[in-house]
Design a protein around this ligand. Structure first.
Ligand code: SAM
Length: 255
């Protein structure tokens, strides 16, 4: 949703689909979402070429820039050099196959919310941590402790290496699993997961939030906003802010 494409010239869009996610249905969904979100219509049948995970990682590395998010955060790919300016906080990443490069609006909305709503010394939960990018932002912005969980073992190992790379292992614990691993009262929770999962988990958030705590839910397409907001408010949470980038919405809530 972020790129302006010169429609007077032919454009090739290549989409990488992990082998275990590949199916004709996945290809149809990508084609459909490109059309719905960006009015990009395929001209002919998509071409499919198999590439190894190693080639995939090298291919996208070539296009992964240094990203600025919120007021102070800088996401730096591990293989690029950067000298921080003034009060900037640098997170070094090599997400590999995990989601969470900082390139996607849903991640940037969370980074923005963390900067604005997370207080220093907060006890935090990063639900669906992916590369560990949000957990790293929480720790580097002064959280007391962070629990990062993900159901995907690939994400868990990427998040663990993000934690080591950024020297924050004294603050961040990474576990495979989901909300059942959350056993504390959290002052700040980030959940950048798709709408259906947020709806499914919505009865649980209130129980694990401290009285003044904040929850940010992201990964919500505009068309599913009301459904997600209704499910969270029906479960005792009240929205205090809403932030949006292109078609993606993040809601910030309290008890
Ligand atoms: N937090 C990163 C970010 O903001 O860029 C990654 C977000 S990515 C959109 C969503 C992550 O949630 C994926 O890594 C996925 O494996 C994980 N996930 C999906 N369903 C989950 C669930 N029920 N519990 C925990 N993690 C889940």
């Amino acid at each position: 949703g972020n790129y302006v494409i010169d429609t007077t010239k032919p454009v090739i869009i290549s989409a990488y689909v992990a082998e275990d996610h590949y199916s004709q249905q996945a290809i149809d969904e990508i084609t459909k979402s490109l059309w719905h979100l960006n009015q990009i219509r395929p001209v002919g049948v998509p071409q499919i070429r198999e590439i190894s995970p190693e080639d995939w990682m090298e291919a996208w590395k070539a296009h992964y820039p240094i990203i600025h998010a919120g007021e102070r955060l800088v996401i730096k790919p591990a293989w690029l050099a950067y000298s921080p300016q003034n009060n900037e906080i640098v997170i070094e990443l090599d997400p590999g196959m995990a989601f969470g490069t900082g390139l996607h609006p849903t991640t940037r909305l969370c980074l923005d919310a963390i900067e604005r709503y997370m207080h220093e010394e907060s006890v935090c939960l990063d639900l669906g941590t992916g590369s560990g990018i949000l957990a790293a932002a929480m720790a580097k912005l002064g959280a007391k402790q962070v629990l990062a969980v993900d159901i995907d073992p690939v994400a868990v190992s990427a998040a663990k290496s993000t934690v080591e790379r950024n020297g924050i292992s004294d603050k961040v614990q990474v576990l495979e699993g989901s909300i059942e691993k959350a056993t504390a009262q959290y002052d700040f929770i980030a959940a950048n997961i798709i709408a259906s999962v947020i709806i499914e988990l919505s009865p649980r958030f209130q129980e694990i939030m401290s009285d003044e705590g904040y929850l940010v839910v992201s990964g919500i397409l505009e068309e599913r906003y009301y459904e997600v907001a209704l499910s969270l408010t029906a479960n005792g949470l009240k929205p205090v802010d809403l932030i949006q980038e292109s078609d993606w919405i993040a809601i910030i809530l309290q008890k």
